[in-house]
Ligand binder design. Sequence first.
Ligand SMILES: Nc1ncnc2c1ncn2[C@@H]1O[C@H](COP(=O)(O)OP(=O)(O)O)[C@@H](O)[C@H]1O
Ligand SMILES: *[C@@H]1O[C@H](CO)[C@@H](O)[C@H](O)[C@H]1NC(C)=O
Ligand SMILES: *[C@@H]1O[C@H](CO)[C@@H](O)[C@H](O)[C@H]1NC(C)=O
Ligand SMILES: *[C@@H]1O[C@H](CO)[C@@H](O)[C@H](O)[C@H]1NC(C)=O
Length: 315
Amino acid sequence: MKVRKGKLLCVGLICLDVVTTCKEFPVEDTLQRTESVSWQKGGNAANTSAVLGILGDEVDFMGSLPQSASDFSSKLMTSFVKAEMEDCGVGMQNVVNFTDKSLPFSCVILNKTKGSRTILHNNEGVTEPTFEDICRLNLDEYSWIHFEGRNIPEVLKMLDHVTAYNQKHPDEQIILSVDLERPNRKNIEQLIPYVDVLLVGRDFALGKGIQSAMEAVEHYRTVAKKRAYVVCPWGDTGAASGVAGAVDDVILTPAVPPDHVIDTLGAGDTFLGALIHSLRLERPLDDAVGYACAVAGFKCGHQGYKCLQAFTEKS
Ligand SMILES: Nc1ncnc2c1ncn2[C@@H]1O[C@H](COP(=O)(O)OP(=O)(O)O)[C@@H](O)[C@H]1O
Ligand SMILES: *[C@@H]1O[C@H](CO)[C@@H](O)[C@H](O)[C@H]1NC(C)=O
Ligand SMILES: *[C@@H]1O[C@H](CO)[C@@H](O)[C@H](O)[C@H]1NC(C)=O
Ligand SMILES: *[C@@H]1O[C@H](CO)[C@@H](O)[C@H](O)[C@H]1NC(C)=O
């Protein structure tokens, strides 16, 4: 896939995750001393941008950040996630500032013994980026735009806007990608015909009654844009991939298991970041999927994302 020079833009959600690790899941109305607690930025597009930043891509994030001057905790949460993103090398100059409400917030309880995770999420009144927000950007600076696939009516307008730009630049197209993650997002399938790289999540596929990664790619490559890359990661079995409208077989690339699985949270976002990173280097699809499995597998053997720095130095 030919990729012109320029930055990458990821559009989607950023939130704050407070993760508490317990020996046992708490019993209501009791006090328990927990093992550890950590604050981290979350949200699929934010996570993927951070992975790309760490892998060395020039990447900007576009999502909503509250800028309340009066609410002290809201102000701190915003500056915390912003600082964490900048520390990963992500450009935050295109965030959409809004003055109401506070940052989406997740309270996560990890039951270490059982490996379960219980999530309490709040996104009361979050304002998603709109068509007007993307119109403010100078598209000449970008070579690739990735959408998390939230707020479908606005994302469709944004895709139309970039597609119109591409029609005026036939030899220097901006690559578009989308992550299909939740099966219950209304009309999300309308995004499919626009994109050059389509990521089909396991939960999405299962929600559509599809039983395997191979089956997901076989199906979605019949509805994707001609020559689009369709990829479906599937936990420790690895990922399937194929090209829309091509006669070549769909291939299954095995996962690369770490010696010990430590933390699989965000494995999907890591896989996606690594896939985009490799495709931006114009690597063939099967090589890029192999690289993504290697990076995501490596991440599963470590806590968080900072380990990916070591991966880039190792390889
Ligand atoms: N236990 C694991 N061992 C090795 N690799 C894994 C494991 N879990 C996930 N991966 C890698 O991460 C990728 C994404 O996994 P997935 O389960 O789809 O992510 P998520 O649960 O975050 O949506 C897989 O394609 C695989 O390469
Ligand atoms: C958490 O793990 C402990 C130890 O295995 C188990 O007793 C408990 O049922 C688990 N709780 C939940 C809610 O999964
Ligand atoms: C983003 O990454 C964090 C840290 O690894 C993880 O806890 C969280 O689940 C990820 N968020 C999403 C939406 O995947
Ligand atoms: C939002 O605010 C930040 C910090 O004040 C600024 O850097 C950024 O350019 C603003 N974004 C927009 C779209 O105005």
